[in-house]
Design a binder for this molecule. Structure first.
Ligand code: NCD
Length: 328
């Protein structure tokens, strides 16, 4: 199937906001439209011709104040596949006064008339601040421990595609360093909006206060936490964000919370395993589990990530409707 075969346009407005700063505050319908458009792009990315013109003439600047491999590459590829001019800016934070530089940089870039800024920054809330100062759309590619909306969207698309149905009623166990994870926070918002049952499984030191008030069941051991789970989301121990020590030792952490085939026995026999990457094998996850092609969705997450970013870019700054999206 070629992607241009449909002639009927779909409504131009896929997303009603100017920015994508987080999942919190979105409605189920907002999320579903982005997931549906992402599905179209997963198909389009499997064609040999991957180049489209929906962002032709648009300028996308990826502004990363934190190291990133997959997210930055994924956004870069997404913009290029849609025909945008994509500029990457990596900005070190070590020697600068963050607040000042963030706004200064934003104002400088704004003067160059970009259409979309994709921003990652180590401080929670910084991307919102930046979005208030510029005239273009802003996508949050991860701000501190706050939100990482495109990761939660890509996780949802990956689950939906594998299971062939929506997220309603699924039991999802989010395990590991939840306290420092923007991925967890965005996923908790998205999964609860979509009607999944949520569990947090971690040592008490890695569970942020107030999580139970967000409707999340708290578990301090893997056996009860994984019991009958349909989806297991493992998180990296984010030592770079920790001030002080949160776990007795890596060895002890792996013994109690590292996902291996033994701990997996507690889960639903068809339970699927996810990880946003980068993985620390032998810390939060065992290689055998991570590489299990039947149960691990980790590679699909990366594939779907490009499609989701294309969908978000298209939804925010696309130049045309997507006639080929109809009926796909
Ligand atoms: C995550 C992030 O940066 O928040 N990674 C990612 O975007 N692929 C999770 C992490 O760094 O552990």
């Amino acid at each position: 199937m070629t992607i241009n075969q449909y002639s009927e346009p779909i409504p131009k407005t896929v997303f009603r906001f100017r920015h994508l700063l987080g999942i919190e505050g979105l409605l189920r319908d907002d999320i579903e439209r982005l997931l549906d458009l992402s599905d179209v792009y997963v198909g389009a990315n499997r064609q040999s011709d991957k180049k489209h013109s929906n962002l032709r003439g648009r300028t996308q600047i990826n502004l990363f104040f934190e190291n990133s491999t997959r997210t930055r590459t994924s956004f870069e590829l997404a913009g290029k596949r849609l025909g945008a001019d994509v500029i990457n800016m990596s900005v070190g934070t070590s020697s600068i006064k963050k607040g000042e530089t963030l706004i200064d940089t934003a104002m400088t870039l704004n003067a160059m008339h970009p259409d979309v800024l994709v921003v990652r920054h180590p401080d929670s809330g910084s991307v919102h601040l930046l979005a208030e100062k510029v005239n273009c759309s802003v996508i949050n590619a991860g701000d501190g421990t706050h939100e990482h909306p495109t990761q939660a969207l890509l996780d949802a698309v990956t689950i939906r595609r594998r299971l062939g149905h929506g997220l309603e009623g699924l039991t999802v166990a989010i395990c590991g360093d939840i306290a420092h994870s923007r991925v967890a926070r965005s996923n908790i918002h998205l999964l609860s909006i979509m009607g999944a049952r949520l569990r947090a499984v971690a040592p008490p030191t890695l569970i942020p206060a107030g999580l139970d008030r967000m409707g999340v069941e708290l578990h301090y051991d893997m056996e009860t936490g994984l019991k009958d789970a349909d989806i297991i989301m493992m998180l990296r121990l984010q030592t770079e964000r920790m001030k002080g020590s949160y776990v007795p030792s890596i060895r002890e952490y792996y013994r109690l919370y590292g996902l291996d085939n033994d701990k997996l026995k507690a889960a639903n026999p068809n339970a699927l395993i996810m990880h946003p990457g980068p993985m620390n094998r032998g810390v939060e996850i065992d290689s055998e589990v991570a590489d299990d092609i039947d149960r691990s969705l980790i590679r699909e997450q990366v594939e779907v990530g490009v499609a989701v970013r294309m969908a978000c870019l298209e939804a925010l700054v696309g130049t045309q409707s997507q006639p080929w999206a109809k009926n796909n």
